[in-house]
Design a binder for this molecule. Structure first.
Ligand SMILES: [Zn+2]
Length: 441
């Protein structure tokens, strides 16, 4: 049975439009037209397509605010993160991820790219089902009402030339062939499931030796699957890479077949001029995670330059210090203002396009992120009458004024997941409190 929604305002490919009827049949949009509400379900506010969080590590949510004492850098933060990773099993991870993905749904996210490397039991022994953790993440996403691209990460070394140690043993499969065999089982398990994609990742050049990268790239080619990698997040990573291979991380990925339109470079903060050209020329997606990059003192990447050479921009909340795609979107612009002393690097439409169509495409859902017939029926209505948004107008009100708390309604794949700011699972704050208890000091 088709259902029709009437949007007071909707962001269509041609711009923000008043009075739009969106007809949905099952998980897809079947018709979009201007019109009167009639008997349609009314969506007061500004309706945008569902957003894609293109880079998530669900378990990092347990660290929110707990790392905001003392001093340190990325590497001291990582030690705290490993302590959380050490405590999870498939049951507790299911509960945590379900709550985190429900928080995402409340923020208007209808698809998550889960960059997944917490594969095995403590010490590195596989669970009875070696993909138990991955299956838990898929179940969590479904229960929370978001689609998932499970980006299964190959993670083999603790640093360049350094074996895995401690908690890292849980991340490793031994070599890329064994990683591929486990990932192949996942791809088979979800082959006929339209709401799930299995992607691949080279965790980073720290964690995957160059000669192993082609195996991961070949998995991506064989399945037409997204291929993601953390790239040049920290200067030390670049220095180690250049010392070992006489090449930057981007060059190493390029030389081993890991760049291209299916690929996504996450962070890409510290790039050379040659790196910018390689990423842009290959049409590799760029995933910026500004709230995490500022949280971890990474730096401000040259997003505009890489985008202008050909790379589509996408956004991720990564460590979940914040889950708010509007904040990620405006931070790309506002950080660049701080770095350059100039305003107006990105338009609101470009930034929201990164959070919607481009993000979904980078996750293997090119048919999502736009309010057009045939697309996934993902609708997010943002209130325009709150203390943050009242008096503002246009797309700028959403990108530069709204927060996740202003999301009123979320329809994800045709399913009403959030109504009047409440998730169908109930009190998500309570779910998060229960799921994070005891995980972090
Ligand atoms: Zn990450």
């Amino acid at each position: 049975m088709p259902v029709t929604y009437w949007c007071e305002q909707a962001w269509l490919p041609e711009g923000v439009t008043a009075g739009v009827l969106v007809e949905i049949d099952g998980p897809r949009i079947t018709r979009v037209a201007r019109g009167e509400p009639g008997g349609a379900h009314r969506l007061p506010g500004l309706t945008i397509p569902g957003m894609a969080d293109a880079h998530s590590h669900a378990f990092h949510r347990a660290l929110r605010a707990r790392t905001q004492t003392g001093t340190g850098d990325f590497w001291t933060w990582r030690d705290r993160m490993y302590e959380v990773a050490a405590r999870l099993d498939p049951d507790t991870y299911l509960g945590l991820a379900r709550a985190v993905y429900a928080e995402m749904a409340l923020a208007g996210i209808t698809c998550v790219g889960e960059f997944h490397y917490l594969h095995h039991a403590p010490g590195g022994a596989p669970y009875a089902d070696p993909n138990a953790m991955g299956h838990a993440l898929v179940t969590a996403a479904r229960e929370a009402g978001v689609r998932i691209t499970l980006i299964d990460a190959c993670y083999l070394t603790g640093g360049i030339g350094t074996p895995l140690a401690g908690t890292q043993l849980r991340f490793g499969d031994g070599d890329a062939d064994r990683w591929a065999s486990r990932a192949e089982d996942l791809a088979t398990a979800y082959r006929d499931e339209p709401d799930v994609r299995i992607g691949a990742a080279v965790h980073s050049v720290r964690a995957v030796p160059p000669e192993q990268i082609p195996v991961v790239a070949e998995f991506s080619r064989r399945h037409g699957a997204p291929l993601h990698a953390h790239v040049s997040e920290q200067p030390a990573e670049n220095a180690d890479c250049v010392a070992a291979y006489a090449a930057t991380p981007v060059q190493v990925l390029h030389e081993h077949g890991a760049l291209g339109p299916r690929s996504t470079a996450v962070h890409a903060t510290h790039l050379s001029e040659a790196d910018v050209e390689l990423l842009g020329h290959s049409r590799t997606h760029l995933c910026m995670c500004p709230t995490t990059e500022r949280e971890l003192a990474d730096g401000i990447g040259p997003a505009r330059e890489v985008h202008d050479r050909g790379s589509p921009l996408t956004l991720g909340s990564d460590s979940h210090a914040v889950i708010d795609m509007f904040e990620e979107a405006r931070a790309v612009e506002l950080n660049t203002r701080l770095a350059t002393g100039r305003r107006g690097h990105w338009t609101a439409a470009e930034l929201l396009g990164a959070a919607t169509a481009a993000g979904h495409t980078s996750l293997g859902f090119p048919d999502a992120g736009q309010l057009v017939p045939g697309a996934w029926a993902d609708l997010v209505t943002v209130r325009t009458d709150t203390v943050r948004t009242a008096g503002a107008s246009g797309l700028e009100a959403v990108v530069f004024a709204a927060t996740a708390a202003d999301v009123r309604t979320v329809i994800s794949g045709g399913r009403r997941v959030v109504e009047e700011g409440r998730h169908v699972l109930g009190d998500v704050g309570e779910l998060l409190a229960g799921a994070t208890r005891g995980l972090a000091r």
